[in-house]
Design a protein around this ligand. Sequence first.
Ligand code: GLC
Length: 444
Amino acid sequence: MKRCFAALVVLAFWPACSQTQDTVLAHQQKMQWFKDAKLGIFIHWGLYSVDGIDESWSFFNGYISHKDYLKQTKGFTAKKYDPALWAELIVESGAQYSVITAKHHDGFALWDTRFGTLNAAEHASSKKDVLTPFVEKLRDKELKVGIYYSLPDWSYADYTHFTRDSIRYKIEEEPNRWNKFLTYYQGQLKELSDRYNPDLYWFDGDWEHSAEEWEAPKVRKMLLAKNPNTILNSRLKGHGDYETPEQGMPITRPDNPYWELCMTMNDSWGYQKTDLNYKTTDQIIGIFADVIGNGGNLLLDIGPKADGSIPEAQVALMKGLGRWVHKHKEALYGTMAGIPKEHFYGPSTLSKDRRTLYLFVKGNPKGEVVMRGLKNNINRIWVVGQGAKLQHQVMGKVYWSEYPGIKYIKVPEHVLDENMTVLAVLLDGEVDLYREDGAVIESN
Ligand code: GLC
């Protein structure tokens, strides 16, 4: 029964496919690597890194003319671009996959597409395809490959939208023109699929048209025909496999078990010299723990410079996060969302067999960590990545009630991690929580 309910929850958020148990299981299997991966690195690299302005939106919103925006092609040199180094850094960060902007809304393609000339090989100082070598290096490192692809292409002469105040045409009035655009964009997607066979497609910009207008079901079918295991994000007008909240960490646990928070390190997706408002390593780790504690993934963004180098502040954050991730990997990869906050005031995850609970402890708990309403007995507690065995005490358990009491775990200062300490709590069985009201005594 439980399994059926879980299946229905998944299906409620997965409208594109027929609702049978088989397809639910196939979907679960296909999504497994993604569920287990927890951390991805998002890369916004494009013309906008030259002047350090908002990706695509700067001309769409009229902060710069389209003509001046395109002049950035001169400064897009990629002369220090080292895709092997990028891939190494991604490994060092602890991420298991990466998603790169093959084409943002401005229409500038990082690969030498046969469709159009606005690309890194033909129309920029880089004079080369910069996507292919990166995909190769990711695969060399056994990282999963995600391709960000913007459905809108505001530079393409036969696309409907150009800037906020000027639309080129309406589809009803010029259907042939729209068909030309469909052939163009679907051609590029086919090209990406044939060349790179991505593990994941990250669509964006679907708000400008309906699913019918984008021909979303046809696109899904085409990509899955090439690779039935490829994953599509939600931004294909309801024809994707997982949700993509942006910037804002969900406060309550999302109902859909498949989700990924995409988030910038500072306030910009692409490289912007003036934006120094970086989150700290502690803050990023804290958000990451909250995300996985609620069953999601974090897709953390970097914005390389126009020469292909990655800004120092971003490298430092990737390394800082990576130190922590590698140390605590047993509590992260392959785990599931943890227990509700009433039982432990912090993020937690659970091993797949639900017998080990991982508690994420921020700062210095000054002696002890508290767990409420845990019915299980605890077999062993240790500090993840550090090894020390910890003691605990059960207080407030009375013989006449099911109420399991409060468990206090003693945490000495010398075992604390500099960013966030993780405790592994091995239970005597699958996690079992007391969720009832307290009982009143009837006899003593
Ligand atoms: C938004 C923006 C875009 C950015 C993306 C990343 O949809 O349009 O600029 O690339 O979010 O999630």
